[in-house]
Design a protein around this ligand. Structure first.
Ligand code: PHE
Length: 339
């Protein structure tokens, strides 16, 4: 029995010595010291020993148990240390290496221009209205005095979803929403996306942005329209900026005008940028058509109003001298980080 005990001790020591895996360590503990372990198995046979032999063997058995326990504990500590050392080793950070700089994003030029225009109008007492991009034909066309056979409804220009649902082609649709829910005095702008079935090129995109403006009150005239837009352009492009109104036609305004802004490259002289004109076309505008007012339940013999629709891409392109509209949508970081 003595030899057996010695053999167990020796075997346990070798096994522990070779052990490099913390999981295996627990298995070894069970194997040698567990209730069904080798040591226990031997101790169970103690009863067969004579009274003289028993104390010595008992002592030896206890000694063997203690030895194995000590060896186990030591091994456990070694393994933990090794693990920690390995972890520290593999996770060391070379603090002398240059850091990875996080690029800070910048505002998109369209956002910059939109925010600026919002601020200018908020300063003039306007509020901001929102409208759906997926729109009923009624709001985009019909209520804006565009009868069903009007050429602007041609499917070439408009993305139809069903016969009477479409992607709005102009923010003018919001005029109708606003006037349906709000009675004069009305002073709102409405920035947003609009869609037209155009092929992409330097000056066209099937998705672009407009800012609609609408003012309805007693005694509103074309002079209010011109004054408001002139103020806007001077804030955007500088005090010396002048605008010019040219007669035009929109079904929902009467009279209607296209608004040109003085070319800020040549200040009206005529240059390559404005193609010798001295002025650059920037927006459409006019006095709200009485039919549109009446359709929204506003008495056109008491109230009048003006409206305008400004292309945001155009404003941004003029502002930052961007020659190709595609740059605004491609999200090339080298372009965007310049703003
Ligand atoms: N909705 C017109 C367009 O997209 C612009 C416009 C708005 C004209 C308001 C007059 C009044 O071209």
């Amino acid at each position: 029995m003595k030899q057996q005990l010695e053999a167990i001790r020796a075997a346990a020591r070798t096994a522990l010595n070779d052990c490099t895996d913390p999981n295996l360590l627990e298995k070894l503990r069970v194997q040698y010291l567990g209730k069904k372990g080798e040591l226990t198995a031997i101790l169970k046979q103690m009863g067969k020993l004579s009274a003289e032999e028993r104390p010595a063997i008992g002592q030896l058995a206890n000694q063997v148990r203690e030895d194995i326990e000590a060896a186990l504990a030591e091994k456990q500590q070694r393994l933990a240390e090794a693990l920690l050392a390995h972890k520290l080793e593999s996770e060391t950070v070379d603090i002398t290496l240059p850091g990875t700089t996080q690029k800070v994003g910048s505002m998109h030029p369209l956002t910059i221009v939109e925010n600026e225009i919002r601020e200018i109008f908020l300063g003039m007492g306007f509020s901001v209205a929102d409208g759906p991009e997926v729109e009923y034909d009624y709001y985009n066309f019909e209520a804006l005095n565009l009868p069903p056979d009007h050429p602007a409804r041609d499917t070439q220009d408009t993305f139809y979803i069903t016969d009477n649902i479409l992607l709005r082609t102009q923010t003018s649709s919001v005029q109708v929403h606003v006037m349906e829910h709000q009675k004069p005095p009305i002073r709102v702008i409405s920035p947003g996306r609009v869609y037209r079935s155009d092929a992409v090129d330097a000056t066209h995109s099937p998705l672009f942005h407009q800012i609609e403006g609408l003012v309805v009150d007693k005694g509103i005239t074309m002079a209010d329209l011109k004054g408001t837009l002139e103020l806007l352009m001077q804030r955007l492009y500088g005090e010396e900026c002048r605008i010019r109104l040219r007669p035009h036609h929109f079904p929902f305004t009467e009279p209607s005008a296209e608004v040109d802004v003085m070319c800020f490259q040549c200040h009206g002289e005529g240059c390559r940028m404005c193609k010798g004109e001295g002025y650059i076309e920037l927006l459409g505008a006019g006095m709200v058509h009485p039919k549109v007012l009446e359709g929204c339940g506003i008495d056109s013999s008491v109230y009048s109003g003006f409206a305008f629709g400004l292309g945001l891409e155009r404003v941004a392109m003029r502002r930052y001298n961007i020659g190709d509209m595609r740059l605004l949508f491609e999200n090339d970081y080298r372009f965007l980080e310049q703003f």
